[in-house]
Write a protein that binds this ligand. Sequence first.
Ligand code: NI
Ligand code: MN
Length: 228
Amino acid sequence: MIKVKWFGHAAFQVSIDSKTFYVDPWISNPLSPVKGLPEAEPDYIIVTHDHGDHLGEAIEMLKKFSKAKLIGIYELASYVAEVLQDQTRVIGANIGGPIDLGEGYKAILTPAFHSSGRGAPTGVVFGKPGKFVYHAGDTGLHYEMKLIGDLYKPTVALLPIGGHFTMGPEEAAYATSLIRPKYVIPMHYGTFPVIKGTPEEFKEHLRKLNVEVNVIVLKAGEEYVITD
Ligand code: NI
Ligand code: MN
C-alpha cells in the first residue's frame, strides 16, 4: 500500500506500508489547507534542498515529533543537527548512496539540476523494492532520471511542472518517459504566478510523447491510495 497526500507545492506525506515519510514539508505554503503542523507522526522527514519552500517546517516538525529523523544531503543535515543540538535526529548522506532504513526500506538521494545554499540539491527515491516513490525535488530535466527508472522502477513519480525554477510541463512529460512510473503526480506549480505550468499542459505533452502513465492530479490536502 502506498498512500500519497499532497499539501500543495512540493510538500507530501507518503505512507508505504508501515512507514510514514514527509518530503519537503512546507506545510504553510499558500495552497495548503493545513494550518499549523500536520497531525500524523512520521518516521522520516526528507528534505531535498535548503530553499525555504522545501525545508519548510521541517525543524518545527522534528521538535514536535520526537522519534522522526531528518534525511538530507550531509551539509543540510549537519545544519539541522546544529540547530537542534542533536546529531541523533538527522541522517546526513550523499547522492547515489543507498541509506538503509531497516525492515527492507531504503532511501537514495538522487541528482537534481538546481541550486542550494547547504550541500548539493537532490531528489530522493524512498520505499522498498516494488514500492518505491521518486520525488524529483526542484530540478531541470536530466538523463539520470532514466537510470532511476531502470534501477529502482518507482511506482510513483512526483515531478515539478511549474517551470521557471524547475521543469515545466513539456520537460516533466519527457522526464516521465525516462522514468516510466506507473503513476505520476505533478507538483511545484500554481503556488506563485511565475510557476505557471498546469496539469492540463502536462497531460497534453504526455499524449504527444505517447507516454503510458496514470496521471494523478491532486488538490492540496487530497490523498491518493495505491493498493496494487
Ligand atoms: Ni529550490
Ligand atoms: Mn522550490
